[in-house]
Structure formats: C-alpha cells, structure tokens
Design a protein around this ligand. Structure first.
Ligand SMILES: [Zn+2]
Length: 186
C-alpha cells in the first residue's frame, strides 16, 4: 500500500511538471502539430527542396517536391493514368539511389526511408526521406543528385546542408547537379 501511494505521487508530479513545461493548453498544441504535419509548406512550382543534415555518422536527406516537379500536375489523381504516374513516382522515390549518388568508399548503409504524397486543395507535394549511416563520412567529397534524371519535370533544387563543419545553401539544376561538400563532414 505504501508503494502504491508513492507511485501515485510520482505520477502526479510528472503530470504537473509536463503542464508547467508546456504552459499552454495541451489539446490545442497537439491539434496544431497534427494540422501542420498534414499541411503543405508554401512551395514554388519548379523549385524542389533538399535538406541534408549530419548527425555524427548519420546523414539525413529530406526532399520536398511540388507535385508539378514530379508528375507534372497537382490535382488529386483520379484517372487511371494519373494514379499510375503517382504510384510510379513513389516507387522511384522509395530508392535513394534514384535520387543521389554517394561515393562508395564512404560505406553508407540505409537505415530509414520514406516516400509519400500530400494533397491539399489544388496543390500537392511529394516528400521523401533517407537516413544513411556512413562508416567513413569524411570521405564524402561530393553528392551527385540524380533527381533531375529520375523526374523530367524537375527544374531546380534548393539544397540546404547542415554539416558538422559547415552550413551551406545552394540552388542546383540538371546542368549543375553535383554538390561539392569537401571538408564538410567529419
Ligand atoms: Zn503547388
């Protein structure tokens, strides 16, 4: 019985601590977070985004692509032909090698991947993410972007890199699809 009382007290304290931490109405927060997750970020047709973030030996690659850049339309696919295009695109996106080439000597292994499409009003966006664990991350001197070859409607890619040694942003296109990252990762 004594133990039970102690446990209850602990739980109460934990709840109290959490309430204090948030300072706002809990439910409201949760709802807002959910809404944000399903909402499209403001995008510009023809300009996709690639965020690259280093965490020790891990590299995460996050692509945000207007539907226009991937399949050439942004309405919700209803016709057989359009559904097929979306399905094919997701298939291509599910393999990071269709999007990027990284030096084999870096010895990277895929840890996580995802590919999805979000429709909202008259816009849509494809999102894909790849997390690679690289044994020799410092040997990555350049990243070749295959995105332009895989998706003929793609035009530009706004690349943002947060590496141990440097933060960097660059816009690339199909004529200039190699990102130089020498000395970025260690
Ligand atoms: Zn759009």
């Amino acid at each position: 019985m004594k133990l039970l009382i102690c446990l209850c007290l602990l739980i109460n304290m934990a709840i109290f601590a959490e309430d204090e931490h948030h300072d706002h109405d809990h439910h409201h927060h949760k709802e807002e977070a959910k809404k944000n997750k399903q909402s499209l970020s403001a995008h510009e047709h023809g300009v996709s985004v690639l965020n690259i973030v280093q965490d020790k030996n891990r590299l995460s690659f996050e692509f945000e692509m207007p539907g226009f850049d991937v399949v050439g339309f942004e309405y919700k696919a209803k016709k057989k032909d359009d559904i097929k295009k979306v399905r094919n695109a997701l298939n291509v996106l599910s393999n990071y090698k269709n999007m990027l080439i990284i030096a084999t000597e870096a010895n990277c292994e895929e840890e996580k991947k995802s590919a999805t499409v979000i429709n909202e009003g008259s816009h849509s966006e494809f999102l894909s993410e790849y997390v690679l664990n690289c044994e020799n991350i410092s040997l990555i001197k350049s990243i070749t972007v295959m995105y332009f070859d895989s998706f003929r409607f793609s035009k530009k890619l706004d690349v943002n890199i947060v590496a141990n040694k440097k933060k960097f942003s660059q816009i690339i296109d199909r004529g200039n699809n190699i990102i130089s990252v020498e000395g970025y990762f260690d």
